[in-house]
Ligand binder design. Structure first.
Ligand code: CAA
Length: 641
């Protein structure tokens, strides 16, 4: 065995390195500072065929091997970790599932433009309730005629907004867990498919990361990827390959930081000599170089296994885990070599230090990589037979809420019903607080989201706050990007927490981080034009409507013409009890021999019994998986179906 890349690989490396040094390096700090996607540069990169590195020429690709692709991601990441993941997410996550699971028509229509670089791809799996537990997917796709109707939300999507083609995972058969998930090819621009804000991240800031929102998006039947129910397996095997990309990204980030540290150690003099002559620094360099070499072997070997169609899921998980773990160590040591200078913005090691951090988190946390590795060695961990069935909608981020929508009658009538409901809950609008009351002390807040539109419309918010006796708040983008209110007035997990009695969200779609900041509110009201905005699933009362129409009506309805009396010290109101009982189990049978419970939703993997099979449809020779008891020795343990 001779561990060496070929001359062709090294020539490719040299070309991509030269491109990255010329096109990305000079602007990397600017991209980082401004959270900017290198659109023009990616077009140029695409024009040279690199977006199709590992795909066959017949599909518009470069026809290179997986190792060449890994080298491509490594070389971009060596200069800028954000640019590296643009390539990785495009190839491994956006294009690969179409290449591996698409029909010939799907490949011609979607893979060819992705591979020849005309289009960018992305992958939508993660959701607020489905991160590491990807099987908890809640986005739904319901077949109606010739279309699947897609509804739901995806978060943290790399290339989100910039990509043209998305592979999206959604539940087609609810209640049966991972086997009810299907994959779809979805195009940017389709009605009802919109993007949330571009996340403001710690690192990889040149890559775009956005929330995807699906509101009754019509996906043609022919855009189903694979068969119904294949989605989870498509996602998992796509991620097996994706992890090679992230491993290569970590390797590149570490390589860049290492090289910078070595160069600096030769230049920087202390105690009358370059610090490279100090053993303390020499040992750091030796450790870094050794870790890099070990990581590189793992990454390249996983790439070779994939290229040669050998099993590689465990090896790619090992490569991703190891390369990203040592990447954190290497960037930290590299920064240490630079000392105080490395701590300054604009220094490459400072950016590498931040860019590196995501690599142990995305495409499966390193803890999940351990689960994957261990399951290859020891088999799949047993699951409790009474584990709750997945894909059951959980309460929203703000906990159980009434979710009452006022949709009957005119806008005035809807507003009247809302005001009556609020008064019936005990909100007293004869009293009020100052609109500048700090959010954490406020009993009520009227908050503006980006849906408020132009800055003049903030007057609508101030008027409503005055009429409701509330303080003014906002979502993060309204404070940070639009600067309509000071930064200390935005509400969210990273901003101010609202724990008072009444929160009126105006034009706020309800990103997870915002919702976490209002989860302790006694009552949440939402006003938004998008009926499928996540805020409505997290609110007690909602009106679907334009803020320009609804807010003046609401201000009028809350204003009784008298000045507000100063509000007494806040008495925290109880949240309305919401009756959302877990549906009673049905069709379960318990084994008289050992107490094992047969749950139809789970079926019995070992005996090839599909989830959804009722007890009476179990084969007559089926026996208890735990103790071997005959089928007839089971008795009902729940209601009959
Ligand atoms: N390939 C094919 N099928 C696979 C598979 C694989 N690698 N791994 C599992 N499956 C199959 C299993 O065989 C099983 O099928 P059967 O029931 O027919 O046997 C089915 O999938 C379900 O498997 P599990 O029971 O093991 O599933 P689980 O619900 O316990 O989850 C998990 C397993 C490994 C924890 C998985 O949920 C997981 O990988 N989670 C992490 C998700 C992740 O990596 N997200 C990253 C998002 S993308 C991203 O981050 C991109 C970016 O920004 C750049």
């Amino acid at each position: 065995m001779y561990f060496k890349t070929t001359q062709e690989h090294e020539e490719l490396r040299a070309k991509i390195r030269e491109w990255a040094e010329r096109e990305i390096k000079p602007i990397a700090f600017m991209l980082d500072q401004e959270n900017q996607f290198p659109r023009e540069q990616i077009k140029d990169f695409a024009a040279q065929g690199y977006l199709g590195l590992p795909f066959p020429k017949e599909y518009g690709g470069m026809g290179k091997d997986i190792l060449s692709y890994a080298i491509g991601v490594e070389e971009l990441s060596r200069v800028d970790g954000g640019t590296g993941v643009i390539l990785s997410a495009h190839v491994s996550l956006g294009a690969y599932p179409i290449f591996a699971f698409g029909t010939e028509e799907q490949k011609q229509k979607y893979l060819v433009p992705l591979a020849n670089g005309e289009k960018i791809g992305a992958f939508g799996l993660t959701e607020p309730n489905a991160g590491s537990d990807a099987g908890g997917t809640e986005t739904t796709a319901e077949l109606k005629g010739n279309y699947y109707i897609l509804n739901g939300e995806k978060i943290f999507i790399t290339n989100g907004g910039e990509a043209d083609t998305y592979v999206i995972f959604a539940v087609t058969t609810p209640g049966i867990g991972t086997k009810g998930i299907s994959a779809f090819i979805v195009e940017k621009g389709w009605d009802g498919f919109t993007f949330g804000d571009h996340y403001d991240k710690m690192g990889i800031r040149s890559s775009a990361t956005a929330q995807l929102l699906f509101n009754n998006v019509k996906v043609p039947k022919e855009n189903l990827l694979g068969k119904e129910g294949d989605g989870f397996k498509i996602a998992m095997s796509t991620l097996d390959g994706g992890r090679i990309g992230i491993a290569a990204q970590a390797l590149g980030i570490a390589q860049g930081a290492y090289e910078a540290a070595v160069e600096y150690a030769k230049e920087r003099e202390q105690f009358n000599a370059p610090i490279a002559q100090l053993q303390a620094i020499q040992f750091k360099v030796a450790e870094m170089a050794t870790k890099l070499r070990a990581a590189r072997f793992l990454v390249y070997s996983a790439a070779e296994l994939k290229e040669n169609h050998e099993p590689y899921g465990m090896e790619s998980a090992m490569a991703k885990k190891y390369a990203s773990d040592v990447c954190l160590e290497i960037v930290s040591e590299a920064l240490q070599v630079f000392g105080g200078t490395g701590y300054l913005k604009g220094m490459e090691v400072e950016r590498a230090y931040r860019d590196a951090r995501i690599c142990t988190i995305y495409e499966g946390t390193n803890e999940i990589q351990n689960v994957v590795i261990a399951s290859h060695i020891l088999g799949k961990a047993a699951k409790a037979t009474n584990a709750p069935v997945k894909n059951k909608k959980k309460a929203g981020i703000t906990g159980p809420r009434k979710k009452i929508m006022f949709s009957e009658g005119t806008a005035e009538e809807q507003v009247e019903q809302l005001v009556e409901a609020l008064k019936a809950d005990g909100h007293d609008f004869t009293v009020g607080i100052d609109i500048d009351t700090p959010i954490i002390q406020a009993e009520r807040v009227v908050s503006a989201g980006k849906g408020i539109g132009s800055q003049e419309n903030m007057q609508l918010i101030r008027d409503l706050a005055a009429a409701a006796g509330a303080a003014v708040g906002s979502s993060r983008p309204v404070a940070e990007q639009l600067r309509y209110v000071p930064l200390n007035r935005y509400v969210g997990m990273s901003g101010q927490k609202f724990t008072g009695n009444l929160y009126i969200a105006c034009g706020i779609s309800g990103a997870g981080q915002h919702l976490k900041g209002i989860k302790d509110a006694a009552t949440i009201v939402a006003i938004n034009t998008n009926a499928n905005a996540p805020i409505f699933k997290n609110a007690d009362y909602g009106i679907v409507g334009d803020v320009n129409e609804i807010l003046p009506l609401l201000s009028k309805a809350l204003d009784d013409g008298n000045p507000k009396q100063p509000a007494p010290p806040m008495v925290k109101m109880k949240r309305a009890a919401v009756d959302e009982p877990m549906p009673a189990p049905v069709g379960r049978y318990v084994c008289l021999g050992c107490g094992y419970e047969y749950i139809p939703e789970n079926g019995d993997d070992e005996a090839d019994v599909r989830p959804g099979t009722s007890y009476k449809d179990l084969p007559e020779d089926w026996t208890c998986p735990d103790c071997g008891e005959e089928k007839e020795n089971f008795i009902p343990s729940s209601k009959e179906v």
